[in-house]
Design a protein around this ligand. Structure first.
Ligand code: FES
Ligand code: FES
Length: 157
């Protein structure tokens, strides 16, 4: 991992583009994305790893960006909700009514998108296990599970 001791310009790969940010050693990726880059789709919720509203993909894996230092993102491929670009899971969420207030939705979309790529044959127990990483206070989880199952069933992930 790159080590920095003072504010430094870092080039991060975000949604397929190299983006320069000024980062201090203690900066958190979630707030660099939101405040430095204007990518506000990842949401601050608990800010301690419990809710998943801040989830982004790091080299294809869902990661809670409130728990990652900005400097740790150096050399990795970061995808935010802004980079999903009409992925099948987004349409599936709409068709399954898998959100209400929407605050948790970008985080769930990132988890579900990654699940569909990493475990295209996921069974119910795998889906349930993955969805435990994120919290929704509105929908229950049945509609979100339905959305995931619909793209796995149709093999359109
Ligand atoms: S804000 Fe990151 S897990 Fe809740
Ligand atoms: S849709 Fe409101 S918290 Fe999930």
């Amino acid at each position: 991992m790159l080590k920095i001791l003072t504010p430094t310009i870092l080039t991060l790969n975000i949604n397929g583009e190299d983006r320069d940010v000024v980062a201090k050693p203690s900066d958190i990726l979630l707030f660099t994305l939101r405040n430095e880059l204007g990518l506000t789709g990842a949401k601050p919720g608990c800010e301690n790893g419990d809710c998943g509203a801040c989830t982004v993909l790091v080299d294809g894996w869902p990661i809670k960006s409130c728990l990652m230092l900005t400097v740790e993102a150096f050399g990795k491929q970061i995808i935010t909700i802004e980079g999903l670009n009409n992925a099948p899971i987004q349409k599936a969420f709409v068709e399954s009514f898998a959100f209400q207030c929407g605050y948790c939705t970008s985080g769930f979309l990132m988890v579900c998108h990654a699940l569909s790529k990493i475990h295209p044959d996921a069974d119910d127990s795998v889906i349930e296990e993955w969805l435990q990483s994120n919290l929704c206070r509105c929908t229950g989880y049945a509609e979100i599970e339905d959305a995931v199952k619909s793209i796995l069933k149709d093999k359109i992930n």
